[in-house]
Design a protein around this ligand. Sequence first.
Ligand code: CMP
Length: 140
Amino acid sequence: MAIQRTFSIIKPDATARNLTGKINAVFEDAGLRIVGQRRIRMTDEQAKRFYAVHAERPFYGELVDFMTSGPVVVQVLEGENAVAKHREVMGATNPAEAAEGTVRKLYAQSIGENSVHGSDSEENAKIEIAQFFSEADIAG
Ligand code: CMP
């Protein structure tokens, strides 16, 4: 299986509750290596661009407001089959449907305040990583 990179965000509901270390432990225990990481305050422009694919959805405004409401931790994770592995350990988008032991089952508060984001494909991972990281900020 090829080594991949994926893009991850620890969202404002999780940073507010000091869960960065606990969430990173779940990722690392799953074999994902944190090869890039930065804590930032996302701007309105960054959040709108990042979630542009959801612009027509009824929750878009709420989503942008939430993602700019507090600090987030943007990350590049690397490992075998990293995109699928990360999605597996994050759990379902809706925490009510998330499997035991997943980040969203453990920590998410609602479908909106769901603690983490992860890329849904390797192609999107490359696009999302490039929005927040230059190669110089990633050390594998
Ligand atoms: P994420 O993986 O960051 O990608 C899009 C986000 O939209 C998703 O996680 C959820 O947090 C959010 N989202 C999806 N559906 C809803 C919804 N019905 N109401 C509010 N937010 C939603």
